[in-house]
Structures are given as C-alpha cells and as structure tokens.
Design a protein around this ligand. Structure first.
Ligand code: NAD
Length: 287
C-alpha cells in the first residue's frame, strides 16, 4: 500500500486527504491547527505531530499550503520535508505558488507541481482539474495519487509549468467572477428576476461554472469561503509578475487585480472571492 504524508489539511487539503484514504492509500496527515488532523483521523487516516512525523515513512508527500513562503518553509526548511523524507520520495505540491519556487524545489528533489482547480466542491467530490509540471516519469508516478482527487489530470510541461497554467486559470476565474458580479447588479437594478436570468444565461454562450456554482450565493450576498479573497489576491500577483516576465500585457487582468486588492484593503480578505460583487454594489451606490 502506498504511504502518503499529507501536509496542509485546510479547505482543500482536508477533503483531498479524505479522498486518498477512500481510494485505499495509507495517509498520515499534519496541519498547523490540530482540529483538522482530528478530522482526517475520523475519515480513516492517521494523524502526525510534525512534518517530520508525517513524511518519515512516506513513499509520496503531498503538500496543500497557502502560499510560496509556506511551501518553502515546509519543504526546504530546517525541520522540513527534505530533511526528514526518505531519499527518492516523490513530492507532489498541490498548492498554488510562484512557478520559480516550484522550479527551485524540483532542482533539489524528485517533485512535481500539481496545482488544482475546482474549488472546495471539486475537492470534496474528487473532481478537481489538475495541471502538472515536472519530468514525465515523475508525472507517471504521481498520476494514481492525483487521479484519486481529480477527474482531469494533465501533464502540461516541465517543472513550474503547472503553476503557469494555474495562473492563467486564476486570471480567467477572477475576470469571470467580476463580469458575473457586474451582470447581477445590472439585472437587479432593472428589477429582473435574477434566478430566471441565471437559468437562461447558463444555457447560452454566456454559460460558465461561476454562473452555475457561485451566482446564487452572490445574489444572496453570502460570501463564506470557498476561496478566500486574500488567496486570489496572491494569485493575481503571481499572474502580474509572470506576465511582466514574459513581456505580455493583460489589461483586464490588471483591473481585476486592483479590484481584488481593494477588497482585501477594505478588510474583506477572509471572504469568498464572489465578494467582488460587494465592490460593484459599492461603486454603483447600491449597498
Ligand atoms: P487553507 O488556508 O484552508 O488551508 C491551508 C492549510 O495549511 C491550513 O489548514 C493551515 O493551517 C495549514 N498550514 C499553513 N502553514 C502550515 C505549516 N507551516 N505547517 C502545517 N500546516 C500549515 O487554504 P486552501 O483554501 O485549502 O488553499 C490551499 C492552496 O490551494 C492555496 O495555495 C490556494 O491558493 C489553493 N487553492 C484553493 C482553492 C479553494 O477553492 N480554496 C482552489 C484551488 C486552489
């Protein structure tokens, strides 16, 4: 039985680790706050007291942490994964981080970057879309693990390429949420039944997953995360830096990055990114 050490049991990592248990892997999880470890144990996994404890016997280590500095500390740090895992252990980093950090890790270990899309619901259902960067043989080894948590698993290139594709994903998602938010406020201002509008819009060329999965909660002004504004702000920073590095210009991306920054600056970093609607309400004087 493949032994997996899983670090970062948050909104995404918790259900992903539970799905690995369901698929028959022997999963040992570690998280900074221990409530989340208890949840994995309830789901049939094992709990660890430290990163070292989680990875010592692992064949595969999966990380699902918030940001680049977290992954650097947990993987490369003094008491981190590389210091305690067996040589040759495969690292699968599912966090969304800077492509250069993924490349740095891959230069020091057998590792793939495998950021995911599909949100909390996709993590619970095991239907995530996973974009993988790394060597072909490491992708092949990671595949059975990733197929237990995702339904679309694609090798997109060398180390770091998964993160570049994820950056494009975050650009599309943020832009789409903003357009859906603007449409909803526009429809409400015209006293149109938003439920009926969402139904018909979903069937046409404007149909998209944000309409299907998020618009109803946005209409109710319900912004429990889901995906937090502060994480999407982080991701749009990655997009902007990577665009600059490649010498390409992303005008709509720049606007939506500023809007996301404004939400965070107003103290809404902990809300779901659907809260972009709050800004449209504010800008339209409709709060
Ligand atoms: P989260 O904050 O819910 O989970 C992160 C977990 O890591 C937390 O439980 C935290 O306690 C733990 N953690 C942080 N530092 C740690 C450390 N040093 N040691 C041990 N545990 C530590 O975040 P999330 O929403 O699950 O997102 C995780 C990653 O996945 C992020 O990079 C995010 O951008 C990405 N992502 C999130 C979603 C989503 O919808 N939430 C979707 C796709 C990708």
């Amino acid at each position: 039985m493949t032994k997996i050490g899983f670090i970062g049991l948050g909104i995404m990592g918790g259900p992903m680790a539970a799905n690995l248990v369901k698929a028959g892997f022997d999963v040992t999880g570690y998280n900074r706050s221990s409530v989340k470890i208890a949840r994995l144990v309830e789901a049939g996994g094992r709990g660890a007291d430290s990163v070292a404890d989680a990875v010592r016997d692992a064949d595969v280590v999966v990380t699902m942490l918030p940001d680049s500095p977290d992954v650097e500390a947990v993987v490369l740090g003094e008491d981190g994964v590389l210091a305690h895992a067996k040589p040759g252990t495969l690292l699968i980093d599912c966090s969304t981080i800077r492509p250069d950090v993924s490349r740095q890790i891959a230069s020091r270990a057998r590792a793939v970057d495998a950021p995911v899309s599909g949100g909390e619901q996709g993590a619970i259902e095991g239907s995530l879309s996973i974009m993988v960067g790394g060597a072909a043989e490491d992708f092949a080894a990671a595949r059975p693990v990733l197929e237990a948590v995702g339904s679309t698993v694609v090798h997109v290139g060398a180390a770091g390429a998964g993160q570049t594709v994820k950056a494009a994903n975050q650009l599309i998602v943020a832009g789409t949420i903003e357009l859906v938010a603007e449409s909803l406020v526009f429809l409400e201002a015209h006293d149109v039944d938003t439920g009926a509008a969402i139904e018909v819009l979903s069937g046409g060329l404007a149909g998209n997953r944000i309409l299907d999965r998020k618009a109803a909660a946005m209409v109710r002004r319900e912004f429990t995360p889901g995906f937090r504004v502060e994480l999407h702000h982080k991701d749009l920073g990655i997009v902007q830096a990577a665009a600059r590095e490649a010498g390409v210009v992303l005008p709509l991306g720049a606007v939506v990055a500023q809007l996301m920054a404004s939400l965070k600056a107003q103290g809404h970093g902990g809300l779901d990114h659907g809260a972009l609607l709050k800004l449209v309400d504010q800008l339209s004087g409709r709060e």
